[in-house]
Design a protein around this ligand. Structure first.
Ligand code: N2P
Length: 460
């Protein structure tokens, strides 16, 4: 009797177990569904939510076919992770990346875009100094990312600042010098940079990043592009012919009117930059070049007025060609620009020998930086552009081409010795210790600076 009951219980138990085991199981369907949203950013994937395996399969092989990955030529692996991660979103038609990124939520709801209508091109609008990039790097950026670069230039921080303060510049990237960057940050014209989108930031020179932090506390808004000095460019033969013992290693050449007068007929150009020329005059006087005290700043005025009659032109970019062609004797200019003049003369094989000196009394060291306006129309592309420019091989190519020192420390081992060991590009420790910095001017001291400069230029 007990045995029969026990057998019956076992049989019923087995029957129940068999019933539940053979039942069609719904849970597996929920697993792919949970994973799907992460990969389903394209319209095609969004159309097919019920078939878990299909979306994943075509997306993976599609990625290597995008230009970003396939055409990467000499590029080291550094940029691969961000590009690869973002490629699937843009993949199927090699559509511009920012288009896909800018509109992901709308895409799954909207009908697929008509194949005939070309998607808006991915663009980045850049406003940089003239003679300040190797164009081959712009082409490489477009080749690797599909993003077109619209590139404009300026040769004065004042020009850039006027645009930035007016707003709606349309630019995604601008390149202010530290002196200006500092107050522009305070004026609220920039947005912070998302460092997670800038993997190449690890290659920046920590010493330069630390110096930039003086203008951009916490390094939130900018990364250094290039840095350099403001010194004297000169035509070696012509200067020697006019004055064999000309003090080319001293600011006396510029600020002593009895000396500068000798070169008047040969041609003298100085930067149209009050924030650089006035500190240089103060430094020559033995005053603090970085003074914000109106009484001190005004001491520069008679010095500049005394040399005014001998200056041919106030201009901040023309001296490159004028020096290279032998059309002028002397220019107060920027290190790399004077070296570019040297190279242009050598390429033209015109016999012009251009020299650059960092005067022994000291000179300005400045830092030019990549920053993104608050209203940049293509912020994702801007980050890609900044990251590309920080890639050591790209940064080294720029430095080799424009002869300015790079913000990328890891670019240095890639540079030829004639650049690295050129003290006009990478000054020695001893020279560095003689260089001064200028911090941002407040509105009051800036006005004093501008008034002096306007008067000097007008010859008043
Ligand atoms: C490039 C000049 C950039 C140096 N032509 C001025 N900050």
């Amino acid at each position: 009797m007990n045995k029969k009951i026990a057998v019956a219980v076992i049989v019923i138990g087995l029957a129940i177990m068999a019933y539940f085991t053979l039942l069609p199981a719904p849970p597996p369907a929920s697993t792919p569904e949970a994973a799907a949203p992460a990969t389903m950013e394209t319209a095609a994937a969004g159309d097919m939510p019920a078939t878990p395996e299909t979306p994943a399969a075509p997306e993976t092989p599609a990625a290597p076919e995008t230009p970003a990955v396939a055409e990467m030529p000499a590029a080291p692996a550094e940029t691969a992770p961000p590009d690869a991660a973002e490629a699937p979103a843009a993949a199927p038609e090699a559509a511009p990346m920012d288009t896909a990124m800018a509109t992901p939520p709308a895409e799954s709801a909207a009908p697929p875009p008509p194949a005939a209508a070309a998607p808006p091109a991915g663009v980045v609008n850049v406003f940089n100094w003239s003679d300040y990039i190797d164009d081959a790097n712009l082409e490489a950026f477009t080749r690797e990312t599909g993003i077109k670069v619209v590139y404009d230039t300026f040769d004065s921080n004042d020009t850039l600042e006027t645009k930035l303060l007016a707003g709606s510049t349309g630019y995604d990237i601008v390149v202010p010098t530290g002196t200006f960057l500092g107050r522009q940050i305070q004026a609220g014209v920039f947005q912070t940079l998302d460092k997670s989108k800038l993997p190449n930031i690890v290659h920046q020179d920590p010493a330069i990043t630390a110096r930039l932090a003086k203008y951009d506390p916490g390094n939130e808004y900018a990364v250094n592009y290039m840095w350099g000095t403001t010194g004297i460019g000169y035509n070696v033969a012509k200067v020697a012919a006019i004055m064999p013992d000309a003090p080319v290693d001293s600011w006396k050449l510029i600020f002593d009117p009895t000396i500068l007068a000798k070169f008047k007929d040969c041609g003298i150009e100085v930067l149209d930059a009050p924030d650089e020329m006035i500190p240089a005059a103060l430094n020559y006087l033995g005053e603090d070049p970085n003074s914000k005290d109106p009484a001190v700043i005004k001491l520069a005025e008679p010095v500049l007025k005394a040399i005014r009659p001998f200056i041919t032109k106030f201009h901040s970019s023309q001296y490159i060609n004028d020096l290279a062609n032998g059309d002028i004797c002397i220019a107060v200019g920027w290190s790399g620009d004077v070296i570019q003049a040297q190279s242009r003369a050598a390429e033209a094989n015109n016999g012009v020998d251009v020299g650059y000196s960092i005067p022994k009394e000291g000179a300005l060291i400045w830092f030019d930086n990549l920053a993104m306006p608050k209203d940049a129309p293509h912020p994702e592309n801007a980050l890609k552009f900044i990251d590309f420019m920080m890639r050591p091989d790209v940064a080294a190519k720029n430095t080799e081409y424009i002869a300015y020192a790079s913000g990328s420390g890891d670019a240095k081992p890639l540079l030829p010795p004639e650049i690295l060991e050129n003290g006009a590009i990478y000054p020695s420790e001893d020279t560095l210790s003689h260089l001064y910095v200028v911090t941002p001017y407040d509105p009051k001291s800036q006005r004093v600076l501008n008034d002096i400069w306007t008067g000097v230029k007008a010859g008043l």
